[in-house]
Design a protein around this ligand. Structure first.
Ligand SMILES: [Zn+2]
Length: 330
């Protein structure tokens, strides 16, 4: 009896530890960008590897640590991230990242300023010893800004995990929305607008069977987006293509390896911008967001006509589907 009570207590305690979600970096804020979006800003095209929180277009708004931890490192003048602070959270073995800052807080800001005096505007990374500068959950660690590629002041927030194998470290960047205590209240609208197949661009309509011509191999690209409220455009969490009821291709923006960050061309088609996403429904080389790629298995069975279904899903579980007929042209 005592023993089972003890285990029950351990279980409750464990569940509490892991169900406590991170704080969002700006109080009462909302997201303006999602994980995985296409970016052609900064120094070269890349995936958007975090989520952006509004700082109400203000520079100098306090930015708070998502949880207890210590300052792991800072970046000064990174072309994409600008001034950035990395907090390591030993309880979770995870790093939270806050970018585009105008300034840091306290001692870290002093260190940043003296480094700037010495090295000017060049990109600088400063790594701090373990447990040297401790921060607590909700503590102000910096101030919002628009350093790096930001066009309006906002806080870019990331979650990273370092996977060690032998003497090689791989950094996995995860969709931070899954880690934070955040409720999205705005109206959510998923949309597929157009589909491209070779030289043809065809408008998609819900509840309408749309015929898509293709030659030899279908290389489809679909123009998608999600509205949050009236003004915020983000990318849907996942895009799937089924052919004759079988899942043939699937992209899901849940995590990406740091070394894949500059390969958005494997997922996005031409014409993609920060607000306009053309998603390729084929790829010759696979990276983490490409979860299913089975074209090779079905090409011979495709025949002259096949029934297909395009499925969009957002991070809140909303789904939208479009029915297509793939028709082979000779
Ligand atoms: Zn961002």
């Amino acid at each position: 009896m005592k023993k089972s009570l003890f285990f029950l207590l351990i279980m409750i305690f464990t569940v509490q530890i892991f169900s406590q979600k991170f704080l969002i970096p700006i109080e009462n804020s909302y997201i303006t960008s999602s994980f995985g979006e296409y970016r052609d800003t900064g120094n070269k095209p890349h995936f958007h590897t975090g989520i952006d929180f509004s700082s109400f277009a203000r520079v100098g708004y306090p930015v708070k640590s998502a949880d207890d931890g210590y300052v792991y490192k800072i970046w000064l003048n990174n072309k994409i991230y600008g001034n950035t602070i990395f907090i390591y959270h030993p309880n979770y073995d995870i790093i939270s990242v806050y970018a585009h800052l105008s300034a840091f807080n306290n001692i870290v800001d002093n260190i940043a300023n003296s480094t700037r005096n010495e090295f000017g505007d060049t990109f600088t990374e400063i790594i701090f010893p373990e447990n040297e500068i401790m921060v607590s959950r909700g503590e102000v660690i910096g101030f919002s800004g628009k350093s790096g590629e930001a066009t309006v002041p906002n806080v870019h927030f990331e979650i990273r995990k370092i996977i060690k194998s032998g003497n090689k470290n791989t950094e996995i960047i995860k969709d931070a929305i899954e880690f934070v205590d955040y409720t999205e209240l705005r109206e959510k609208k998923l949309m597929a607008l157009k589909i491209r197949s070779g030289k043809n661009t065809i408008e998609l309509k819900e509840n309408e069977l749309v015929e898509i011509p293709f030659y030899t191999i279908p290389k489809l690209e679909v123009n998608i987006l999600q509205f949050l409220g009236k003004n915020t455009r983000i990318i849907p969490k996942s895009i799937s293509l089924k052919i004759n009821d079988e899942l043939i291709y699937k992209i899901e923006f849940d995590q990406i390896r740091q070394d894949e960050m500059y390969s958005p061309g494997l997922v996005f088609g031409h014409g993609s911008t920060i607000f306009n996403y053309w998603i390729k429904l084929y790829s010759s080389s696979n990276i983490t967001p490409i979860k299913v790629n089975r074209w090779n298995e079905i090409l011979f069975d495709l025949g002259n006509k096949a029934l297909a279904e395009l499925i969009l899903e957002d991070m809140w579980g909303n789904i939208k589907t479009y029915k297509l007929i793939l028709k082979k042209e000779s």
